[in-house]
Each structure stands twice: as structure tokens, then as C-alpha cells.
Design a protein around this ligand. Structure first.
Ligand SMILES: Cc1cc2nc3c(=O)[nH]c(=O)nc-3n(C[C@H](O)[C@H](O)[C@H](O)COP(=O)(O)OP(=O)(O)OC[C@H]3O[C@@H](n4cnc5c(N)ncnc54)[C@H](O)[C@@H]3O)c2cc1C
Length: 395
């Protein structure tokens, strides 16, 4: 079977890995001109995430590239630590820079799958036995199945299911991430400084030579397109202007940063993630983006989708039904824990800000942090993984 995957970030290459291993012929089309670097550290937690990474044979490589930070200090305007959150709580079992993970998954699949960069699907037409696909640049082609792994603003979702506004729910927070020189000379824990409606976090990187800066701010979705990087930088600079601690200094590097990512913190809600010969995977279908363990979710669900397709031996309708059934509880649980990240970094009122700091002081003073950690782990492990590896290769 020929499968076209839209999107080469995390979900796309993870699916390409499993599909090619099961004997499918895979093409991945990515709008960007190459694998997109950047982003902050993403963490994997609990035995489900680790089992899938191990079965993919990438766990050791991920461990070799893991960040050794993870601890997080909530600081006041003078830089004094008010609350310290330990690495085991913030970083999961293994934490890696998003860009490093994307590169590892791409390297593992580039020789087994066809990657087409700088292109995007223009139209999808289902015929009796396939999907006729036209592209913005390349010649039309026909595939047996199409999978949208193209993120929160999924193109495949729009073409096959309908407009984004029907499915994407904004939380009222936005997140921007960029790399900068470590001008503040920080080392050790990530520092988080928050004011009402905005927060900045700085994580030292690469032996403290660089810093990964994350800004979170509250507000309606700005009137700027999600691919207009310069416009987004302007919105960010306005949202963070005049902020205390060293925020202004950190934003000075915004213009020259090699990597910049900004998006609204949103949750995708859909009744079904498949339609005919089209399926959605990762953020495209059930993204809980920032704080929703979206990376672990994408990697695990790629394993399930490929496994069910292999097990159904060409019966995509049966495979898609099984995919939805297998991941439903898992997706719901992960989406439920997603809502907390925006309010944590950028509480919307003075009272919420005070309460946040007070709550975490109490949590870190006793055993309650372990309880909170268990809740996050419970969501990350709320799926019974089948062993699809015993399924013989599809022909
Ligand atoms: C550059 C970048 C930085 C990120 N940084 C962070 C971060 O710091 N923190 C965080 O929590 N999450 C971040 N994310 C999101 C995070 O990667 C996802 O939440 C999670 O890993 C699930 O991944 P995904 O593959 O489903 O979606 P995504 O990672 O969003 O990937 C979608 C991919 O599809 C591509 N694409 C989009 N439209 C089209 C199209 N029309 N045709 C073809 N390809 C298309 C995109 O270029 C991208 O490569 C980032 C995403 C990107 C792309």
C-alpha cells in the first residue's frame, strides 16, 4: 500500500518509521525546506512512551542527546528563587530538545521513505480505490491512504474534514520559543519569571553557551498568520514590552534568532480522526500542544496507527476504526492534563499569580508533588499497548 503523510516533524517521521517497517511504501511531504529545528525540550514519561521508543530502537540515541537540565525555579523580579521544582517532576524520564528528536526520527527514516520538502497538498479526491492528490508544486499522484501529521493548523484536516475553526479551541494563551546567546550567564535550573498575563522562562543550553527562551502571554489570537514569522515577532515584542527581571534584555536577540516558533496554545477536538481513506495523527487530530504531552502522544499513536494498518492487511476501514478505538481513552486523558501550562507561566490575574506561587510552595514542601507527578504519569500510561511487531509485513 502506498501511504502519503503530510508533515515531517514528530508524528510524520514516527509513522513513516513504523509503516516502512511493516512493508508499506511511504511518501512524506513537508511544507518547509527541510526538517524544522528549534523548540524547547520535550519530555517522555512513563513506561508507555519508553516502550514505544525502545521498540523503535531510538531510546539509546535519545538518551545520548538528552538535556541534563529539567529543574525549574519560579523567581521574583530580583531573580530570587521563590519555588524550586525538581527535574524528576518537570522533565519526565527522558528529556530532549524537540529539534534533536525531529532530526533523529528523520535520519532513521530518510532512506526507507521518500521525503518531499518545499511542497504541500493542494487537493484530495477520493476515488473508489485510492486518493488522487494534487500538490502546490509537484505533479499529481495517487495513494491508497493519506495521513495528516501536519500539526495544529493541519492542511489535511482542512481539506478532508473542514475549516480549522470547527475543531481548534484556543485557551487564550500563546507560546513563543527561540534560542539566544546566554547573555545572563545562567546555569543550572530553568528560571521562570511571571507577571499578570505574561511569563518568560530561560533554560541554559549547550554547556551554558546558549539559552532557550520561552515567552507565554495571555490574550485573543493575534491578527497575524501562523507562518508570518516577522509579524509574530512584532506581536511578541509588543506583548512582552516593559516586562521586569531581564525580559527586555532577552528579547533583544529576537530579531537574529536562528529558530523561532510561536503559536496559540490550543486543543483540537474532533468526534472522529478518520474519514474514508484519510486519517489524522498527532497535533493535527488531537493536539493539546503546549503542556499536553503532545510529543509522547504523537509517537505512541503513530505506533498504534501503523500497527493497526499492518494487522488489518489492507482493510483500511477496519484499521482506522481500531486506531480510533485504541487511542480514544489515551487522547482524552492527555488532553485533560493539558490546560495547566498557560496559567502556570502567565496567570491571568494578580490573584491567580499569587495563588500559583503559593500552591507550588505548598506542593514542594511535602509529598504532594509526587501525587501531581503520578497524575501526569497516569495520563501518559493510559493505553494498553498491543505488540504489533509480531504482525508479518504487509504486502
Ligand atoms: C518548529 C517547531 C517547534 C516547536 N516547538 C515546540 C515547543 O517548544 N514546545 C511544544 O510544546 N511544542 C512545540 N512544537 C509542537 C510539537 O512539536 C508538537 O506539539 C508535538 O511534537 C506533536 O508533533 P506533530 O508532528 O503532530 O506536529 P508539529 O510538530 O506541529 O509538526 C507539524 C509539521 O507539519 C508541517 N506542515 C504544516 N503544514 C503543512 C502543509 N500544508 N504541508 C506539509 N507539511 C506541513 C510543519 O512544518 C511541521 O513540520 C513545535 C513544532 C514545530 C514545528
Amino acid at each position: 500500500m502506498k501511504v502519503l503523510i503530510s508533515g515531517a516533524s514528530i508524528a510524520g517521521p514516527a509513522l513513516a518509521y513504523w509503516l516502512t517497517r511493516h512493508g508499506f511504501e511511504v511518501t512524506v511531504v513537508e511544507r518547509a525546506s527541510g526538517i524544522r529545528e528549534g523548540g524547547q525540550a520535550v519530555d517522555f514519561r512513563g513506561e508507555v512512551h519508553l516502550t514505544v521508543l525502545e521498540r523503535m530502537g531510538v531510546l539509546d540515541e535519545i538518551r545520548a542527546h538528552q538535556t541534563h537540565g529539567g529543574a525549574l525555579d519560579l523567581i521574583d523580579a530580583d531573580g530570587r528563587t521563590m519555588v524550586g521544582l525538581p527535574a524528576w517532576f518537570t522533565g519526565g524520564e527522558v528529556e530532549i530538545q524537540r529539534g534533536d528528536l525531529a532530526r533523529i526520527l528523520y535520519e532513521r527514516t530518510r532512506d526507507r521513505a521518500e521525503y518531499v520538502f518545499d511542497d504541500s497538498i493542494a487537493s484530495l479526491t477520493e476515488t473508489g480505490d485510492g486518493v488522487r492528490v494534487t500538490f502546490e508544486r509537484g505533479a499529481p499522484r495517487t495513494f491508497d491512504l493519506v495521513v495528516g501529521a501536519d500539526g495544529l493548523h493541519s492542511n489535511v484536516r482542512r481539506l478532508a474534514f473542514g475549516e480549522e475553526s470547527r475543531f481548534v479551541r484556543d485557551t487564550g494563551h500563546h507560546v513563543a520559543i527561540f534560542d539566544a546567546p546566554n547573555r545572563l550567564g545562567l546555569s543550572g535550573a530553568t528560571r521562570v519569571y511571571s507577571e499578570v498575563g505574561r511569563g518568560v522562562s530561560v533554560a541554559p543550553l549547550d554547556g551554558d553557551a546558549k539559552a532557550n527562551v520561552m515567552c507565554v502571554f495571555a490574550g485573543d489570537r493575534p491578527a497575524v498568520h501562523h507562518r508570518d514569522t516577522e509579524g509574530q515577532k512584532r506581536v511578541l515584542a509588543e506583548a512582552m514590552a516593559g516586562m521586569g527581571w531581564h525580559a527586555d534584555e532577552l528579547l533583544r536577540d529576537l530579531a537574529d534568532t536562528p529558530y523561532f516558533y510561536m503559536d496559540s496554545v490550543s486543543v483540537v477536538r474532533m468526534d472522529s480522526w478518520t474519514k474514508g481513506r484519510v486519517a489524522l495523527l498527532g497535533d493535527a487530530g488531537y493536539g493539546a500542544t503546549f503542556g499536553g504531552m503532545g510529543t509522547g502522544l504523537a509517537v505512541v499513536c503513530a505506533y498504534v496507527l501503523a500497527g493497526e494498518l499492518a494487522a488489518a492487511r489492507g482493510d483500511h476501514a477496519a484499521a482506522f476504526a481500531a486506531y480510533e478505538r485504541e487511542i480514544k481513552k489515551f487522547v482524552t486523558a492527555c488532553q485533560r492534563v493539558a490546560g495547566g501550562a498557560g496559567p502556570f507561566f502567565a496567570p491571568k490575574s494578580a490573584r491567580a499569580l499569587r495563588n500559583r506561587t503559593r500552591t507550588y510552595k505548598v506542593l514542594t514542601a511535602g509529598p504532594l508533588l509526587r501525587v501531581l507527578d503520578k497524575l501526569a504519569n497516569k495520563a501518559a500510561t493510559s493505553i494498553d499497548l498491543k505488540d504489533y511487531e509480531t504482525v508479518p509485513a504487509a504486502s
